[in-house]
Structure formats: C-alpha cells, structure tokens
Design a protein around this ligand. Sequence first.
Ligand SMILES: [Zn+2]
Length: 497
Amino acid sequence: MKYTYQPVIGLEIHVQLATATKIFCSCSTDYIGAEPNTNVCPVCLGLPGALPVLNGKAVELGIKAAMALSCTVKDKTVFHRKNYFYPDLPKAYQISQYDLPLAEGGELFISGDGDTLKRIRITRLHLEEDAGKLVHSAADGRLEGAEFSFVDYNRGGVPLAEIVSEPDLRSPGEAREYVTSLRRLVRYLGVSDGDMERGSMRVDANISLQKTDSATGEILYWGERSEIKNMNSLRAIERALEYEIRRQIGVMEAGGALERETRHWNDGEGTTTSMRSKEAAHDYRYFPDPDLPPIEASPSLLEKVRSSLPEMPWVREMRFRNEYLLPEADAALLAETMPLAEYFESCVRSGASPARVSNWVRTEVLRVLNERSISIDAFPMRPQELGSLVRLVDEQKLSTTAARETFNAMIEKGLSLEKALDASGGVGGKLSGDALADTVRAVLASAPDVVAEILGSKDEKGKKKKFLIGLVMKEARGQADAAVVGELIEKMLNAKP
Ligand SMILES: [Zn+2]
C-alpha cells in the first residue's frame, strides 16, 4: 500500500503588547538594554502584600488584535493564577487566563494555492504577564569551575497576548506564512512591534503527522505531537518544522513510538532535542486571581476599539492590486507596514502614476532606508515631494536619470524639490540653443587630446566622437538630444582652423 505523511501544525504565539508600562504595575516595559532589575517594583517582584492593578491599555490592545482576527470578544473574562515554581517567576505563579479568555473563535487568512486564500482558524486570544529572564554564565573567577545563573526581572510583568491557532497548517511554509501574516497584522494595528529577534513575538509550534493511504486518503495512523520551542526567526520556524517532520517520519518508519513531549530547537545545530515528556507535564492548579476583578468589556469600550481599527493589510494589498494595477509581489511589499503603505498612497494622491511611484518607493526609497537603517517615518523626503518629482517624469519634463540625480541631491544635501531642480538646471525640457552649445564647447575644451585625435583622422569608427557625446550628455544630466549634440560637435570641429 502506498502512503504519505501529512503534517498537522498548530501555533501558539506570544505577542508583546505595545504599552509603555507593565500589565499590573507602572514599571516601564522598555527592558531591552536596561540595567538588570531596574524596571521593577514590589508588584512585579512579587513581594508580599503588593496588589496588581490592570493596565487598561493592554486590554484595549488585546481587544484590537482579537477584533482584527474576527474573534468574539467576551463581555466578561477572568484572570487566573497559573502556579509553577521557577526562579524567573518570583510570585511562583503567573497571572494568565484559563477557561475564560479575552476572545475566542477567530480566523486569519494566508495565501493558498494560486489565487485562493486559505483560512486558518484562531482558537483563542488571552492576556498574561511575561516572566523574568534567566542568564546562565560560566565562572567569573569567584568560584573555580562553577557556573552561575542570574535573574533579571525587568521583563517580568510585561503584557503579552497569546494567540493560539487550530491545527490547520499543513506545511512548514504555511506556518511561516501564518506568522508573517500575523506579524504584519499586529504591526498594522500598532498592537506590537512584532520583532522576533528581540523576543516581542515568540512562536511555539505543535506538530504531529498523519499517516494516510495515498489512494483513499484514509488516516492509517496518527502520530503523537511534539511542541517545539525556541524558534527566533521565520527561517528557524521553517527549519525546525522541516527537521521535526523528518525526525518523526524516521521514528515511525523504524516502528518506534512517538511520545508527546516538548522539544527545544537548536538553531546552530539544526536539530530539536527533548526538554520534557508528557509524564513530566505540569499541573498548574489554575484558580481565579482573588486580587483582580473580572474584566468587563463595555459596549462603549468595544465601540471605541472597533472604530480605531485601520484598513486590514490584506484588504489594502488587494486594493493596491485592483485600484493601482500593481503586481501581487509589489502590492504585498508596499502593504507590508502601514507607514510604508501610507507613504506610497500619499505619493500617488499627489497625482503621480501609481506604477512609477511603486517603482521609486520599492527601489530608491527602500535603498535609502536600508543604507541608513532607518524606518520610513524618518525618511527625509515628504511623499508630496516624491510625488511631484515622479510627476515630472510622468509628464516627460524630466528624464529618469535627471530625476534620480534630483532625488539624490534632495536626500544627500537635504534640498527641497525646487532647490534641487534649480541646482540641476531646472525643468522645462532639454538643453538646447546657446546653453547646449556652451556645454559642448566646454566639453571640447576639456578634452583637447581627444579632439586632436579626431582632427588627425584617427577616429575611423566614430568611437571618440561617441565618447565626446557621452561627456556632453553627462554634463547635461541626460537632458539633451544626442543627435543634436553629435551635429554640434561635428560643426564645431569642422569650424576649427
Ligand atoms: Zn513593577
């Protein structure tokens, strides 16, 4: 019998919510690079008697993400204590949500086969606090051969939304697409910066394999699932899942039994290793936190959040394709972040052709952003200015070469569009008449040896004359007619005694 292995993947994603302060106290959430244990207080250090106070902004951001994912936001939800003992959690419990999460039952679309979209169901979205960070380090000279573990509570109490998907993903590529799509969404909403490398978006994957009859599609055997942790990039997610598929197939083909376990992805080695099996699974003894009242999402709060939702990124991408006739990949790139999409559309609104603006933004603008490692918000040229510049090209008042030089002058010298155009000889068409003649004369004067060679009949193939034409065109920033320049050179050389 012929059979295949079908991966079944579900993701649990922790997203750090973009609040200024922690979820239950007023300590700063800006922990990256901060001196360890400086953004702390009795509440997030779990000192006896300290009482948590819920940060309303975290609830709003959670609701915003839930609404954008078409989840049902619960009108009443509760915080639970999830009990476990570990040094990164000084209270010995994490405040999280259990059977009454903030929201349930949503969806997120990824691109499927061809032009169709694939729907991935969202199980739930709940709020919780982050734990502290353990740093393990080798001996520092104080105790020979010893290893030290340090704990930094700056991250403890930072608000997280955990977004759990149904096991609807069928390949590592789909998992990557789902994460990409979710990241774009939270960035659009301003709910999170979605930075995976800095840990503000952390992905855990559940994966099992179905052994199915190739002919009938009947499931012959359903393997036990493993949960993979520690994937810190899109690439790592894809690689870890690919590795895990190979590993699970290997075990099943060898007649072994898979066990339900948590596995750790080692990015350097490209493997996963077992962290703990089902037998060691925690019993968290959840119970409602007596210090926190239930969250009641009032109709007015829901309405306030609903009215703040922007156009969704996938809607915008589709609109870019339909309204501006952009190719799919270009539309996706321009709709990737809200500020870039806004920039592009502002340029278009100033009357420039969408296709040409798309080109300029994707090449010139993104190049500058890359070179300077800045975001579009810090880009020195206003969209109206780029729009006006592109419009000059549309109207054939400026060549592409001249426009690019003007663009560079604006960026490098901080000139306004008008000043940059003045500096490059202005608009209004090609160089002609006396101005062009002066330019040709100056070029001939600057290359007496080439002129001498032409006059000495050493330019049989006309290469040297072409070289001179090139010099003139360069001097005119492309704003001249090469044939006219050729005639002028001919005339001036013939006029020489
Ligand atoms: Zn605190």
